[in-house]
Design a protein around this ligand. Structure first.
Ligand SMILES: O=P(O)(O)OC[C@H]1O[C@@H](O)[C@H](O)[C@@H](O)[C@@H]1O
Length: 282
């Protein structure tokens, strides 16, 4: 198994060999393929995704930084921060037995002046593709001489058989902001997707995704993350998004590791913080 540097449609690192497929683009340091041997693709990517330099990718694992959605005050553009539109610097790509480790970094030299977030920083994304686990680690370091705060998310899109039959456990009792209604609530029982779902949970716990249609179970664990976001756009929102097929919402579910809203991370000069997410095929 050997990885390649690919350039079409976007530059990146790809390993595509006898039913094993791992892929990440420099654009956004965006993981777009994780298909270990004997598995269907674990990550979902929209057939309508626009693979262009100035557009975010719809699917895979967008890296949201340094704000989440429109930011804490609700007024920032681009949505989910500038990191997913930037071409990250490839630092390393190496095979490890049955796996592949890819490391990227992003800093002020790449992203230039950012009036909405004028801070000196370095971000690193380490991705370890394995036969059972996908590990993502996002480390942000304050390289300046003033403290700053930021929001972040590893916005993982999971491929599912039919989201209406998926059961998500591990969030029982957790408080969450329902971004559809704007209200706070407490999770009662497991999460089932029965309408547009857009929730920011206050939770550090593992989540289990039981997908009965293909009969696959996933565990999503994390560290350094105070929030778990669960998102499915359902019918109307899918139809309103140009880079999302009208009927594709049944086949995806986002389970995101995040630090957002009141859980934004504050870093003193010289300090760093790592948020990690692991997806395990059970
Ligand atoms: O369309 P975008 O910018 O990729 O965002 C997709 C979704 O991402 C989720 O994380 C947000 O909670 C949703 O509110 C948002 O709609």
């Amino acid at each position: 198994m050997a990885h390649e540097i690919t350039t079409n449609p976007l530059r990146g690192v790809e390993l595509n060999d006898s039913d094993v497929h791992y892929g990440v683009y420099d654009h956004g340091a965006h993981v777009w393929a994780w298909q270990p041997l004997g598995q269907d693709p674990v990550l979902w990517v929209s057939a309508k995704s626009e693979l262009e330099d100035d557009k975010p990718i719809r699917g895979g694992v967008p890296v949201c930084f340094p704000w989440f959605g429109p930011g804490r005050e609700g007024n920032l553009q681009p949505a989910h921060g500038f990191a997913r539109l930037a071409d990250w610097r490839l630092v390393d790509a190496s095979e490890t037995g049955e796996g592949l480790v890819v490391e990227y970094e992003l800093d002020n030299e790449i992203t230039g002046e950012q009036p909405a977030w004028p801070h000196a920083y370095r971000a690193r994304l380490r991705v370890a593709f394995g036969p059972r686990d996908l590990d993502l680690e996002l480390t942000v370091e304050n390289t300046g001489d003033e403290a700053f705060s930021y929001e972040e998310a590893l916005h993982t899109y999971l491929s599912v058989g039919d989201v209406r039959h998926v059961r998500v456990t591990g969030l029982e009792g957790a408080r969450y902001l329902d971004k559809v209604s704007g209200e706070w609530a407490d999770q009662v029982g497991e999460v089932e997707i029965t309408s547009e779902t857009d929730r920011v949970y206050l939770s550090t716990d593992d989540v289990l995704v039981d997908d009965p249609t293909p009969g696959r179970k996933l565990r999503i664990s994390k560290r350094g993350s105070a929030n778990t976001v669960v998102w499915n756009p359902w019918v109307a929102k899918s139809a309103a998004m140009p880079d999302f097929g009208d009927d594709e919402w049944t086949g995806m579910l986002c389970i995101e590791a995040a630090n957002a809203l009141d859980d934004a991370v504050r870093l003193e000069p010289g300090a760093s913080h790592t948020m990690a997410q692991r997806i395990t095929i059970l």
